[in-house]
Design a protein around this ligand. Structure first.
Ligand code: 5GP
Ligand code: ZN
Length: 110
């Protein structure tokens, strides 16, 4: 836990954020400023700054995040139409919240 990390606060339930799904390792919620019709974040409970900071022991959580993204895409009815999964890495890569998260983006009209 990093005291001033907004996503640490969210995963601990300290903000009024509605979870679409949660388990002991991660939480799933909608992006507050969606860039696409469906824009969801998959966030590990563990505070990891970015993909750069992953260690061998984090490999399970990464695969779980991708699996949960797939399941969430199905629930949001974007599996067939298609979607993007995105990690922004550090400032140059567009990261603004320095707690690892996977963007699930889809739902574009044809
Ligand atoms: P990044 O650019 O770091 O990959 O993406 C961070 C995302 O988190 C942004 O799309 C931003 O809109 C979202 N975000 C930032 N603060 C909050 C918040 O307090 N609640 C929610 N639901 N999303 C947030
Ligand atoms: Zn954090």
């Amino acid at each position: 836990m990093t005291a001033d990390c907004i996503f640490c606060k969210i995963v601990k339930g300290e903000t009024p954020t509605e979870f679409l799904y949660q388990n002991e390792n991660l939480v799933v919620f909608r992006d507050i400023r969606p860039h696409t019709p469906v824009h969801i974040l998959i966030v590990p409970r563990k505070h990891i700054r970015s993909i750069n900071d992953l260690t061998e022991t984090d490999s399970r959580i990464i695969s779980e995040m991708i699996f949960v993204a797939k399941e969430t895409a199905k629930k949001e009815s974007v599996s067939a139409s298609g979607y993007k999964l995105l990690f922004n890495v550090e400032r140059g890569g567009g990261q603004v919240v320095f707690h690892l998260h996977l963007h699930l983006m889809g739902g574009w009209k044809r």
